[in-house]
Design a protein around this ligand. Structure first.
Ligand code: PLP
Length: 454
């Protein structure tokens, strides 16, 4: 074991955008634009309309329609307080502890989504559905749903525990990150997307897709231009649902966010779904009382979306930096941890990647939970151990004790490389001294640590 710790802390767990990609100048200018004209500042500073700041709904509808090649329709878009708060609100309006029977979550999952479900009253009811090389498998999911439906066959229908006028309570909720998933980085191919939507339609399920990384993808080669190739612009689940024809609420909602393409502190996002679904989102009690979430932030962002400066920032600042960091990180992993099993691409069969994270397997015969503790203690290094990304409360669900998640969005390239070297040395020491490490580190890091490091 190593008794002295390197001085410089390195955090490869934190899933935040680096300061170098925050559009501070654009936000300064856009805020001044909003505040210098009372015809803009007054509505921006008052309570917002229930569906959210109209110019942002319009400009997002334009951008999304151009990017995903879908028809513009602002009635499908509602402004939210970011993806996390939006999930909580979706669950308030569209899920119920008595009516909703199945809560299916891609496994591994974005670890902080579980507490949102738990707070909504669904603790202990989440079931993980394992990803294979292409992401979540609709065939496996259907088998699980059928199993649950069989066990429910003779159970009497129960009245809902709440009344949600203008909305509906689905029988199943399915949570996925269709593109560049957190933590696995995987992107679902088109056939699986279509199969998932058909499945949702068949079983009265709502697909919630956190589409927070769709705008953050790049080709794997450093020399390729950052043009958007077809594999990087796959239709969202909500687009497929729409294409198949929606009457009423539909079965898929795209949960978007400005956190990774602008700044998490703006606390603004959007959902796109059927007009009925979107309207339902704006009918929540908290919105009726407080107006749409994030009204001022939405007004500022709308300036940057309308004049194209945010899209330019994404394409000219964020994507190049993420590609550079990602390639540096995987090169370092391949060089210093040759035993790591890592998938270079997000999308099996294409040379693209996206999101903030790499996810890989190390087989040293010890849980990566111990590796994470030892990394902190001996290496002044924070990493994400796989176990954190198991679906919470699903005791017989998939476990990931041989996995590690590293974020390449937060630390600069030199720290990414230095962090991998520290990890490689540690893995080597641990493999040679298994018993000692097993005895020394047994506790988990605890929930506060996990939340603080996102
Ligand atoms: C899949 C996923 N969903 C949601 C979030 C949080 O989004 P927001 O900041 O919009 O609440 C994150 C952030 O890491 C994420 O990775």
């Amino acid at each position: 074991m190593e008794s002295s710790q390197p001085e410089r802390p390195i955090n490869l767990m934190r899933g935040w955008p680096a300061a170098s990609v925050l559009p501070t100048d654009l936000l300064t200018k856009a805020s001044a634009t909003v505040l210098s004209d009372s015809s803009v500042s007054t509505p921006a500073l008052e309570y917002g309309p229930d569906a959210g700041y109209l110019p942002l709904r319009k400009s997002m509808s334009k951008w999304l329609s151009r990017h995903f090649n879908v028809e513009e329709d602002i009635n499908r878009i509602c402004i939210t307080g970011g993806a996390s708060q939006s999930i909580a609100n979706i669950l308030i309006s569209y899920a119920d502890s008595l009516v909703t029977k199945g809560f299916w979550v891609v496994a591994p999952c974005y670890h902080l989504v579980c507490p949102i479900f738990e707070d909504a009253g669904f603790a202990g009811r989440l079931r993980g559905v394992r990803e294979d090389e292409h992401g979540i498998d609709p065939v496996e999911l259907e088998a699980e749903i059928q199993r649950l439906e069989r066990s429910e066959r003779n159970a009497p229908d129960q009245p809902p525990s709440k009344d949600v006028p203008g909305r509906k309570l689905y029988r199943h909720i399915i949570y996925v990150v269709s593109t560049s998933s957190n933590p696995s980085g995987k992107t679902l191919p088109l056939e699986r997307r279509t199969a998932l939507v058909n499945l949702a339609r068949k079983y009265d399920a709502l697909l919630i897709s956190d589409d927070v990384y769709d705008f953050l993808q790049w080709p794997l080669s450093r020399s390729s231009p950052l043009d958007w190739t077809p594999e990087m612009r796959l239709p969202r689940l909500a687009d497929i649902d729409r294409e198949l024809g929606v009457e009423g609420f539909g079965n898929a909602v795209s949960n978007g966010s400005f956190s990774k393409i602008a700044a998490p502190g703006m606390r603004t996002g959007w959902i796109e779904a059927s007009p009925a679904f979107s309207k339902g989102m704006s009918m929540q009690g908290s919105t009726k009382s407080g107006g749409a979430p994030s009204q001022f932030s939405a007004a500022v962002l709308s300036v940057m979306v309308q004049d194209g400066s945010l899209e330019k920032h994404v394409n000219e600042v964020i994507r190049p930096q993420l590609r550079d960091r990602h390639l540096s990180l995987i090169t370092a992993i391949q060089q210093y941890i040759p035993q790591a099993r890592i998938s270079a691409s997000s999308y099996a069969g294409a040379d693209v990647f996206g999101g903030f994270f790499v996810w890989f397997t190390v087989n040293i015969g010890l849980s990566t939970q111990l590796v994470a503790q030892a990394a902190l203690k001996e290496g002044n290094l924070v990493i994400g151990s796989g176990g954190i990304f198991a679906v919470s409360g699903d005791k017989s669900g998939p476990r990931f004790d041989d996995k590690i998640r590293l974020c390449f969005a937060w630390e600069p390239v030199d720290s990414l490389i230095e962090g991998v070297k520290r990890l490689a040395n540690l893995l080597d020491r641990m493999e040679r001294n298994k018993e000692l490490y097993q005895k020394t580190y047994t506790q988990s890091m605890g929930q506060d640590w996990v939340t603080a490091n996102k």
